[in-house]
Design a protein around this ligand. Structure first.
Ligand SMILES: Cc1cc2nc3c(=O)[nH]c(=O)nc-3n(C[C@H](O)[C@H](O)[C@H](O)COP(=O)(O)OP(=O)(O)OC[C@H]3O[C@@H](n4cnc5c(N)ncnc54)[C@H](O)[C@@H]3O)c2cc1C
Length: 382
């Protein structure tokens, strides 16, 4: 393998997007990972929370947008966007721009100071002078302490479930109040499970009132990337600008932009359809017979068949299982995120971060498909 190679770790929206831009610039690029793995594991029936204008993967030309995809295939535009439509689009994007994704996982990543050395899961090794880490959110799934020792037959994170029909006729408690928790609760209920949603806070709905009421002027209130409520959404829409904000502003802006809540189209599938208990937390979960006994901090208990954790993701660069310890120690971090320069390069020269881990420096758009727009071309320009 020649040294002048860039390796992209990950073949989700971010890995594919960066690789497409690199290849268009003639950079020798190798991409490792399972194409759209996270999305292929989501339950059928799921819809995207992101709106149409926020659901294109950035490619080197506009012809790889979701608009172009539906025009070419004569598919009617649908909102909310069904998972199957987005997946078909993403796989088409991959075939058009990065047809040679190697579906092998990277097992180890080290550096000798002059370049990078990667060990693959099938025993091969690869050298690269640049690496782009785009391995996504899968390893960051957050499981609360009380559920860590429970068997997979009794409890699991939403990300571990594809087929919700297996819960038909069973009593399931879903934890959380973000879009994932609310949507899985709705899908479980529609699959015939008896569902209760328990949330630490209140269940909020992102109603986007101004979007509906302001006609063509809606574009003043909502940038195409559509992350966060009006006002905040424009601050985070420009990651290059966000990067310069002081920490005391970044933190509350980031938190507010990703405040948990459900899309308004989901509301009628949840409210009045299933039991919701707000402002309550589980303090203990104990296997009992074939199921679980849950003790809540409000003094009540539940006997259920399964505990579904819609508890989100807690990113941290140290949680990436493949980075060699000595390389990890050279990555400057803040709050578990790598600190990046204007071209998404970490303190280790030649090492770039794409997706959620770029979020400390570049803001919450890095958690969403729309964030590929600013990120991928910038990394490829280096
Ligand atoms: C239920 C759910 C709904 C969502 N809905 C939306 C939405 O509507 N709109 C939106 O914008 N975002 C949504 N998201 C967020 C979504 O995760 C991100 O937008 C997007 O997937 C991030 O892309 P990514 O490429 O960074 O990561 P991922 O999509 O997680 O892709 C990670 C890639 O890395 C690969 N990989 C992992 N480990 C290794 C390894 N060791 N070696 C090689 N490859 C590896 C995987 O195989 C995969 O190819 C949703 C997330 C969830 C969980």
């Amino acid at each position: 393998m020649k040294q002048d190679t860039t390796v992209v770790i990950g073949a989700g929206p971010y890995g594919l997007s960066v690789a497409s831009h690199l290849k268009a610039r003639g950079v020798q690029t190798l991409v490792f990972g399972k194409t759209m793995e996270l999305w292929k594991k989501m339950p059928s029936g799921l819809c995207l929370k992101s709106i149409w204008t926020a659901s294109s993967i950035s490619g080197p030309k506009a012809e790889f947008s979701i608009d172009r995809y539906i025009a070419l295939h004569k598919i009617p535009r649908q909102e909310p966007i069904p998972l199957s439509m987005f997946l078909d689009y993403a796989l088409w994007f991959q075939q058009q721009t990065v047809p040679d994704v190697d579906q092998t996982y990277v097992q180890a990543l080290a550096s000798d100071g002059r370049g990078f050395h990667l060990e693959l899961a099938d025993g091969r090794s690869v050298k690269a002078n640049k690496v782009v880490l785009a391995s996504g959110i899968g390893t960051f799934a957050y499981v609360p302490e009380y559920a860590r020792d429970l068997p997979a037959t009794l409890a699991g994170h939403t990300s571990t479930h594809t087929d919700l029909s297996v819960f038909k006729g069973r009593k399931v408690v879903v934890i959380g109040n973000g879009q994932s928790a609310l949507e899985y609760a709705a899908l479980l209920n529609e699959a015939g499970a008896s569902v209760e949603l328990i949330a630490r806070g209140e269940v909020r709905w992102h109603t986007r009132v101004l979007y509906d009421r302001t006609g063509p002027a809606r574009h003043i209130f909502y940038p195409p990337g559509d992350v966060g409520p009006p006002g905040i959404n424009w601050v985070v829409a420009f990651p290059g600008f966000y990067r310069h904000l002081p920490d005391r502003i970044k933190s509350p802006v980031h938190r507010r932009a990703v405040l948990p809540g459900g899309a308004k189209w989901l509301r009628p599938r949840v409210e009045g359809q299933l039991q919701i208990t707000e402002k309550a937390q589980i303090v203990k979960a104990t296997p009992q017979g074939q199921g679980l006994c849950l003790e809540l901090d409000n003094g009540t208990t539940r006997e259920v068949d399964y505990l579904m954790l819609g508890t989100g993701y807690q990113p941290g660069v140290q949680k990436l299982p493949y980075i060699d310890a000595s390389l990890l120690s050279k990555i400057q971090q803040r709050n578990g995120y790598p600190v990046l320069d204007k071209s998404y390069e970490a303190s280790v020269p030649g090492m770039y971060f794409a997706g959620i881990l770029a979020g400390y420096t570049f803001g919450p758009t890095c958690r969403f498909v729309s964030g590929t727009k600013a990120l991928a071309s910038r990394i490829a320009r280096n």
